[in-house]
Design a protein around this ligand. Sequence first.
Ligand code: G6P
Length: 368
Amino acid sequence: GAASKGDYRHFMLKEIHEQPQVMTAAMEGRLSERGVLIESFGTDAEALFAKAEQIHIVACGTSYHAGMVARYWLERVAGIPTQVEVASEYRYRRVVVPENTLFVTLSQSGETADTLAALRFSRDLGYMGSLAICNVPGSSLVRESDLTLMMHAGPEIGVASTKAFTSQLVALMLLTLSLAKVRGEEPERQAEIASALRALPEVARRVLDLDKDIEALSTAFAEKHHALFLGRGAHFPIALEGALKLKEISYIHAEAYPAGELKHGPLALVDSEMPVISVAPNDELLDKLKSNLQEVRARGGELFVFADENVGIESTEGVRVLRLPHVDEALAPIIYTLPLQLLSYHVAVLKGTDVDQPRNLAKSVTVE
Ligand code: G6P
């Protein structure tokens, strides 16, 4: 039947809270005790993946950010060179395709005009094949791709994408594990990630339980005109996605930077009117991130830090820290997305915007 909001005030909030189930649905039947089941990508997938030497990922909007996270994973865990590009750029340039490159599209709807045109454009460029990761069965993208992996996220109604993003990330981690396996990368690491994936929906539930704490932070943003999101490594795209969510539904101007670039420009913008939001999982870049945050504090910027519970960052004057449960470093981008979604949602509600149908935007952009 038609999607309903149930007890939720907006579809977006409902879809945010559906994410633990959506994560389970994305991995169900695709991850056994012995690891990822490559045939989930189709009967020809194993042979194709074994031959693949490069990956090109093309997508738009939030789906593009999922692709950016996947680049870190594919290179780090599977050791396969990966490029990611927005479809509207890709389709209008000369693309040089090395031998044995797999073309991957990401799309919730499977009908985004630029992504579909990019797939059609890619056909004459000598790719070994195409894979679509998509949420809508029978969509144009699914019909026209060689391999498909359905997200099983259920209908997404809110224009600002939430559950489709985390579902794409789970699917992309399955792709990463599949490629790691056929390429003979460290099996122990793959097993660790697979078991962390199984535990992921439960961790996500604990993060979503922090909703009230995140709502309390949102009041600091309602009167602001700008915000800066910082992240490093695979959390840079998460910062981009956080900034996109805030722009889309609250109309507050937001930018995202990899924290190490702060000193090359955006630091000039930082003052007490510019809240800075940072994601600080417990990974190898943490110490570098901490010193970036000190640079912000020194300029009077108000900081909001989402940090791993094991990280020694404490709330102090001008620094508000929200602790998140520990999660395997590889999966942290999925978990750190959740508080940023909730933060944008609560800021938008405070501002009284049309959360599910923000001005000037469409759920699926089917014309160029
Ligand atoms: C529109 C939506 C975004 C979405 C993008 C790509 O801009 O408002 O939420 O991320 O299209 O859509 P797709 O269906 O291809 O993932």
